[in-house]
Ligand binder design. Sequence first.
Ligand code: HEC
Length: 240
Amino acid sequence: MNKQKQSLITNNQLISLGFLVSSFFIIHSCVHDPLLDPYSLNEGEFNTPGCVYSGEVCFESSVLPIFISSCTQSKCHDAATHEGGFVLTNYTNIVRKGIVPGNANESKLYKVLFGSGEDRMPPDGSLTQAQKDSIKAWINQGAKNTVNCNCSCDPNQFTYTVTIKPLLATQCVGCHKPGSLSGNVDLSTYTFVNTQVANGKLLGTVSHSAGFTSMPPGSKLSNCQIRQITNWINAGAINN
Ligand code: HEC
């Protein structure tokens, strides 16, 4: 776990803020965006560690490297020159400037990727569509400081206790337990999970097969996770 606390506002950032107001918002907007607090974006912590699932973007491994490699070269937004008051070298500074969590299209940091002339960032327009999509998805997913997210997943590790049960607990049980029995399906105990194995619905729903409602709603488990469930079922779906 990597939950370091950082001082929220440093003197440098206060000075940067002066530049920011004078050189950026006046050009782009008369309304000052509120400064975002990194802790509120991460439920009271400085970061949100742990695996990301299919479709989720990891800040640390997918978004930060874009800013570091594209926006922090000399004479740009690095700490030494901080052009326009933007020092885009770490999470705190990135989320403070022009991000509306959950709404990339309203976020200046995203809109400048499509600007023209001096308003375009980076100036040579060098980001790929995939990089822009990553930034967009990350903002739309709440602009969290997701770190340590690229968990190794081994499809050949699939015991109920170590793999399947925790996977269902994280991804499914919140909507499928006594008191919250979506679709009248309970996945909170081995016996009930086994019912959904026997009727084919566990695999059908997670693999998004025709004739089943796709689960979890609105997202998909990683291929590796689906293979773990498949392997566990093929091996007899035992309570091991
Ligand atoms: C956000 C809530 C939510 C989560 C998370 C969720 N489900 Fe569901 N699930 C539902 C709802 C709502 C239904 C009923 C959908 C319907 O009948 O159209 C449902 C239905 C089902 C059904 C019955 C489908 C059928 O065709 O009869 C199964 C099986 C199921 N879910 C498995 C899972 C599994 C496995 C996961 C985790 C990988 C999961 N669900 C995650 C809300 C959820």
